[in-house]
Each structure stands twice: as C-alpha cells, then as structure tokens.
Write a protein that binds this ligand. Structure first.
Ligand code: PEP
Length: 248
C-alpha cells in the first residue's frame, strides 16, 4: 500500500515574510492531514521555513541542487549546503530545469546519485512536451528520462517520480485522470523491468500539471497516481490545503 504524497513547489515566489506566513498556516492546517507532505521554497527562503516546519508532518525540500558537492561553481547550491539547512528532499529534473536551463539526462542523473549518496530523498520529474505527445512519443520520452535519470541507482527506497507533462505545467490544462494514469502505469512497468515487481509496486509516482482543489480527488482516485507535485496552487493555503486533504 503506497502513501499519498503531496508536495508544493513554490518556484521563484515569495519573500521571507510571505514564506514564513504560508509555512505557518500550512503547519497549522495540515497537522491532522493523513498524507505525506513537502514544501520546496526557493533557496533564499529555506532558512526561514526550516524552523517552522521542523517537527511537523511537512518535509522540507529544495527545487534543485548542483551536481558537484562543492567547488568553483558560481551561482550553484550544493547538497552539503542544503543538508546544513535541514533540507531532506530535492526535486530534480523539473521541466523548467530541463527545457529552460537545458539540463540533460546525464546532468540530472549525476544530481540524483549525489543527492541519494548524501541521504536525501529525490523527486525525479519526467514528462513529455506537447509535440512529443502529439507524435505518440509520451511513453518513450518518459521511459528515457526515468531510465537515464536513474542510471546507476540500485535502491529506489528514497526515490519518488513525478510525472509532469510539460504542456500541463502552469497552463491550466490538466491531463485527464485516465491519460495521466496510463503514463503512471507505464512508468511503473519501466521500473519493474529493472528493479522488479516489488519496487514497482512500492514506488510513489506523483502527478504534476495544473493540479487544483477541483481536480485533485479525481486524479488521486486513479490506481497509479500516488500524489501530486503542485506549482501554482501551492502558493496559497486556500488552494494547497484542499489538495493536501483531498477527498475530505
Ligand atoms: C510544477 O511546477 O511542478 C507544476 C506542476 O506547476 P503547476 O501546478 O502550476 O502546473
């Protein structure tokens, strides 16, 4: 039995006082929440949010990290620095990193391995572009990103996959629950091929792409959808809390 996992990606939003207020509200309103939760603020907000979520049922994530543990990497943030702030999870391979900042599968894979070596949980994002979906390549694209992103990783116990069709991120267009579930099922098969049926059954696969209070329950009702990675709707407690407590 997999636990639902709802994560909020705050992207490049909020000042410290806004982030503190949102984090405090979430801690209060989700304290009776039944699922697993995470917030991933910008690097500059992590130190503010860390003591607020500490000891609560909300984990602390980062939205990216460097592929090297330290060194001459101007503008990058290292796994050691994130650990020092109390971060336990890192989102890697987000479509904005892949498509805007041109991170390829090899770079994402290096980051995944480094994060796991340092004891982090990883949310590995995968997903196809609209033209790839229209060309019938959605499954192949996701398979490639999963396989290459996890190359050299033998233990998936700290790996979560987020299926985020790029055309559904921040656009208001959501994949239908059926379409999303079909890709989630395919990803589970891909995992089964390399890691076996037990790992495939256990791995949590979140859906991301315009998740809102209005569509969360239908998505989550699908057999292979184990949670959500939420962008826009994670910026306000009024929209994140109903998603986090979907079905209640
Ligand atoms: C995301 O950025 O991971 C995301 C899913 O964004 P949104 O919910 O705004 O589509």
């Amino acid at each position: 039995m997999r636990n639902y996992y709802i994560a909020g990606n705050w992207k490049m939003h909020m000042t410290r006082s806004e982030a503190a207020e949102l984090a405090r509200t979430l801690v209060a309103q989700l304290k009776d929440g039944e699922h697993k939760y995470l917030v991933a603020p910008s690097f500059t907000l992590i130190e503010t949010v860390a003591p607020i979520v500490k000891g609560s049922n909300i984990g602390l994530g980062a939205q990216n990290m460097a592929a090297e543990p330290q060194g001459a990497h101007t503008g990058e943030v290292s796994v050691l620095q994130l650990k020092d702030l109390g971060v336990d999870t890192v989102i890697l391979g987000h479509s904005e990193r892949r498509h805007v900042y041109k991170e390829d599968d090899a770079l994402v894979n290096a980051k995944v391995k480094l994060a796991l070596q340092h004891g982090f949980e990883v949310i590995l994002c995968v997903g196809e572009l609209l033209e790839e979906r229209e060309a019938g390549r959605a499954e192949a694209v996701c398979e490639g990103q999963v396989v290459k992103g996890l190359e050299g990783v033998s233990d998936l116990s700290r790996v979560v996959i987020a299926y985020e069709p790029v055309w559904a991120i921040g656009t208001g267009k959501t994949a239908t629950p059926e379409d999303a579930d079909a890709i989630h099922a395919y990803i589970r098969k891909v995992i089964e091929k390399t890691y076996g049926a037990g790992a495939a059954e256990k791995i949590v696969i979140q859906y991301g792409g315009s998740v809102k209070p209005e569509n969360a329950a239908q998505l989550m009702a699908k057999e292979n959808i184990d949670g959500a990675l939420v962008g826009g709707a994670a910026l306000k407690a009024d929209s994140f809390v109903p998603i986090a407590k979907f079905g209640r």
